[in-house]
Design a protein around this ligand. Structure first.
Ligand code: UDP
Ligand code: MG
Length: 319
């Protein structure tokens, strides 16, 4: 199979049939072998009914339904697990991304040898104040912190070599930063392509004002990820060990010199009266806590990562 189109969606019933027709038309007229995977991220409208109906008419349509809303990153994760095509295309369900870009994206992966091609909505049809301006700031910050030179991290339309999506783990809220995850996993041939973008035709954006907060937290994670690879809590562990050693040496030195002076009858204040002794002990204790915090983080990460992070309620195919 040449192409898997992966589409995460939440309450997009008005767009789905139109989107499917458009994608299928483009893929068939280019005679691609393909599958279209819809991941219903807990919709409460008629989206799932539409997906079921589409999959009955066309074998290449596959639907996955979560038992509740888990977020776009989790939906992409489920789609990536299922995808079988050599090239995996992700796109939003709201008709803002243009399926006619797919053939060129496919060629960039297969013929030009890129691992990942990210869409760039150079001309963007969203609200300037709530979307375009903040995303300019975030993109600039993301470029700086991650070293991945993209103009538009958040674009839903992206193309991947299959190997890439099978070897990265899209967790938390990381869907905006998959290129950074790919780079960290050793896929360096990453580029962008200017893509056409339309205004949302039906319904409303699912990412409101809290995208600012999420975006900010994302940025911090990205900075950590790029600096400390896949193990950000090693920073705490290392800092903890360092503090413990400094505190230990300082307290030891103070204690030793006091004892030495006491033994040789040199006049000196008692250890118990030296504030630096207590400061050293405190540094040791804080160091131990930092180390334990890092250790706990590591434990949580290890035990959580490998488990399924969402519940699949239904699929249109046999699991
Ligand atoms: N989406 C999703 N789960 C969510 C929120 C959004 O699967 O919790 C889907 C949504 O249905 C759409 C895509 O993610 O297909 C992008 O969402 P949206 O268009 O609201 O984002 P925007 O274009 O405003 O950034
Ligand atoms: Mg949209």
């Amino acid at each position: 199979m040449q192409i898997s189109v992966v589409i995460p969606l939440l309450n997009e019933e008005q767009s789905l049939a139109e989107l499917y027709d458009w994608i299928a038309k483009v893929l068939r007229s280019n005679s691609f072998s393909y599958e279209i995977i819809f991941i219903d991220d807990g919709s409460t409208d008629g989206s799932w009914n539409t997906i079921e109906a589409l999959s009955k008419n066309d074998q290449s349509v596959k639907g996955i339904r979560f038992n509740r809303n888990y977020g776009k990153s989790q939906a992409l994760h489920a789609g990536f697990l299922k995808a079988q095509g050599d090239v995996v295309i992700t796109m939003d369900a709201d008709l803002q991304d243009n399926p006619e870009e797919i053939p060129e994206l496919y060629d960039m992966i297969v013929k030009e040898g890129y691992d990942l091609v990210s869409g760039w909505k150079k001309k963007r049809y969203d609200n300037v104040i709530t979307k375009n301006l903040p995303s300019k700031v975030f993109n600039a910050a993301a470029r700086k912190t991650s070293g991945v030179k993209l103009h538009d991290f958040n674009c839903g339309l992206k193309a991947y070599r299959k190997e890439v999506i099978k070897n990265i783990d899209v967790y938390g809220e990381m869907h905006r930063y998959i290129p950074v995850l790919a780079k960290n996993a050793g896929y360096y041939k990453i580029t962008e392509k200017e893509v056409q973008h339309q205004a949302r035709k039906y319904g409303n954006t699912k990412f409101g004002i809290n995208r600012f907060i999420h975006g900010f937290l994302d940025l911090i994670s990205i900075w950590f990820l790029s600096k400390f690879g896949r193990r950000p809590m090693h920073l705490f562990g290392a800092l903890g060990v360092l503090m413990f050693i400094i505190g230990f040496i300082a307290a030891g030195w103070i204690g030793f010199s006091k004892l030495y002076k006491l033994y040789h009858g040199i006049p000196n204040t008692l250890v118990a009266q030296n504030p630096w002794f207590y400061i050293s002990l405190t540094v040791m204790i804080i160091g131990t806590q930092f180390f334990l915090a890092g250790f706990l983080g590591e434990l949580i990460l290890r035990s959580k990562r490998d488990k399924e992070r969402y519940l699949i309620k239904k699929t249109t195919y046999n699991l």
